[in-house]
Write a protein that binds this ligand. Structure first.
Ligand SMILES: O=C1O[C@H](COP(=O)(O)O)[C@@H](O)[C@H](O)[C@H]1O
Length: 232
């Protein structure tokens, strides 16, 4: 499915426009079904967008938020994506939203993946909104080049749910929704900022293996159109 580029003058303008778009999609889902589901990414990019969205006026009590991916660390760890969401999105009006974490205090990351799959099985069939990020190595979610479970994570036949991932570039073991869970979100956004990420995107849009730049799986095979939000 084709991707559409939405380019903005700066990060603040991007955050406002993306918050408008996401708030409208969540509100439309609430009007249609009485509930909305929303998967967000971590990392450094989404902070300003989260802060902007948290002040938007919608019935947050009807919104369930989860993470596209998470590090296998508890929520008080500075590298936790949950912590980023708690401090920046689950604030203001969005405090009323329901949050489903991926991290589970299990003996192993594999056990945590099973528990997280169970905990999220009623949402995301498909997600109303999924916001993806992209690392400088072309990873998205926790689909890392050379990731231990990359083949399974990107296989469209792997069911919806959470899978584990370990990779040199990942730091801790990871928990990530599979490709099949994310690629059909009703609003599927790739949020990137900076000239270097634009260069990475241009490379990913060229020829080459998905395994080298896993964002290619989304750009090439997602059934939903990919809305790219970019600012310098
Ligand atoms: O590891 C991660 O990185 C990506 C990109 O993060 P950024 O800091 O370059 O914006 C992010 O999308 C993902 O959720 C996160 O776990």
């Amino acid at each position: 499915m084709a991707a559409t580029m939405h380019a903005f003058a700066n990060g603040a303008e991007l955050a406002r426009n993306l918050a408008d778009k996401v708030a409208a999609s969540l509100s439309a889902a609430i009007d249609a079904r009485g509930a909305a589901t929303f998967a967000v990414s971590g990392g450094s990019t989404p902070k300003r967008f989260f802060q902007e969205l948290s002040a938007r006026d919608l019935d947050w009590t009807k919104v369930t938020i989860t993470l596209v991916d998470e590090r296998f660390v508890p929520a008080d760890n500075p590298r936790s994506n949950h912590l980023l969401v708690a401090e920046n999105l689950l604030q203001n009006k969005a405090k009323a939203a329901n949050f489903l974490p991926l991290y589970q205090a299990a003996a192993s990351v594999e056990d945590a993946a099973k528990l997280a799959t169970k905990a999220t099985e009623t949402i995301g069939n498909p997600f109303d909104v999924a916001i993806l990020g992209m690392g400088g190595d072309g990873h998205t979610a926790s689909f890392f080049p050379d990731g231990s479970n990359l083949k399974a994570a990107l296989d469209p036949k792997t069911p919806r749910g959470i899978i584990t991932m370990e990779a040199d570039g990942a730091g801790e073991p990871r928990l990530t929704f599979t490709f099949s869970s994310l690629q059909d979100a009703k609003l599927l956004v790739l949020h990137i900022e900076g000239e270097s990420k634009k260069d990475v995107l241009a490379k990913a849009e060229g020829a080459g293996d998905e395994a080298e730049m896993p964002i290619r799986a989304i750009l090439r095979r997602a059934v939903s159109p990919v809305e790219i939000y970019w600012a310098p």
